[in-house]
Design a binder for this molecule. Sequence first.
Ligand SMILES: NC(=O)c1ccc[n+]([C@@H]2O[C@H](COP(=O)([O-])OP(=O)(O)OC[C@H]3O[C@@H](n4cnc5c(N)ncnc54)[C@H](OP(=O)(O)O)[C@@H]3O)[C@@H](O)[C@H]2O)c1
Length: 303
Amino acid sequence: MIPALVQSGVAQCVAVASRSHEKAAETAAPFGAEAVCGYERLIERADIDAIYVPLPTGLHAEWCTRALEAGKHLLVEKTFASNAAEAAAMLALARRQNLLVMENFQFQTHSQWSRFRSFMDSGEIGHVHLVRSTFGFPPLPRENFRWNAALGGGALLDTGAYMAKVSQLLLGPDLEVRGASAIMDAATGVDSHGEAQFRNARGQVAQVAWGFDYFYQCRAELLGTKGKVSLGRVFTAPPDFAPVLCIETPEGVRNETLPADNHYINMWRRFAGAIANGDHAAHWDAIESQARLLDAIRAAVRA
Ligand SMILES: NC(=O)c1ccc[n+]([C@@H]2O[C@H](COP(=O)([O-])OP(=O)(O)OC[C@H]3O[C@@H](n4cnc5c(N)ncnc54)[C@H](OP(=O)(O)O)[C@@H]3O)[C@@H](O)[C@H]2O)c1
């Protein structure tokens, strides 16, 4: 995200904070930024308008609250909060302070996403009845925060969050959870994979699955009355990657190669644009509905 910020040209990377001075210095140096030891030192600076928060989710409530109290706009890594109540408290503060908070799901700014999404309404594959998506990867080392409940670990908050986001972007924000399950890791007590089904008021359905112990999958597909479209690397397309969209209809299978794009740069432009235009409300609302859906998935798992 830092190289993309510099390349975006929309803002200057003034300073980088870490709990360790050495780490801050090593990270800041290539960008000519100042190294700051301790997050509080960064927050208290008057020469900073906005902060990018790439901390583990379980630490967002403390540090985002402190940054909002200090009057900073925030680009916060997904997942924004450990639960909807935590998200609501931070959003209430952002609204009171009229500060932008945006959750960093950069995939929605990639040009491949616009092309993929266009099939929802274009009629090219008829009426879309079903959205399917999967995001999963092989297990990370046990010391990774994703295995630590206190730091906001667990597959739902990490990879499942993409499933909630992609389903809302395609089917609308008010989704009913029709069923969900989660497998718990006995050693750590966090969920290691799960699956869910959502439905919107028009009867369109999303079937999604996510997990830490998967053969790498990062895919979405749309099934319509006249065809099917699928896209790999939907959430993680690197800047030099030319995505390939696969369109299947009764006439045959067609692959459409799309241009490479840099969704990290696009995200910074979206963030800076929203600050410049005072366009905060849509981003507050998106975070709120995302956090509510994640809570509803957890409730369905328990039911
Ligand atoms: N949008 C995306 O594509 C994307 C991709 C990957 C991750 N993420 C999100 O980014 C966030 C961080 O994920 P990550 O994989 O980058 O995590 P990470 O490397 O484990 O943690 C990021 C940083 O958090 C700081 N930190 C503060 N207290 C910590 C603690 N108790 N334990 C571990 N780290 C601590 C550390 O910085 P210092 O030591 O320098 O203080 C660390 O380098 C998560 O919310 C994740 O979901 C988003």
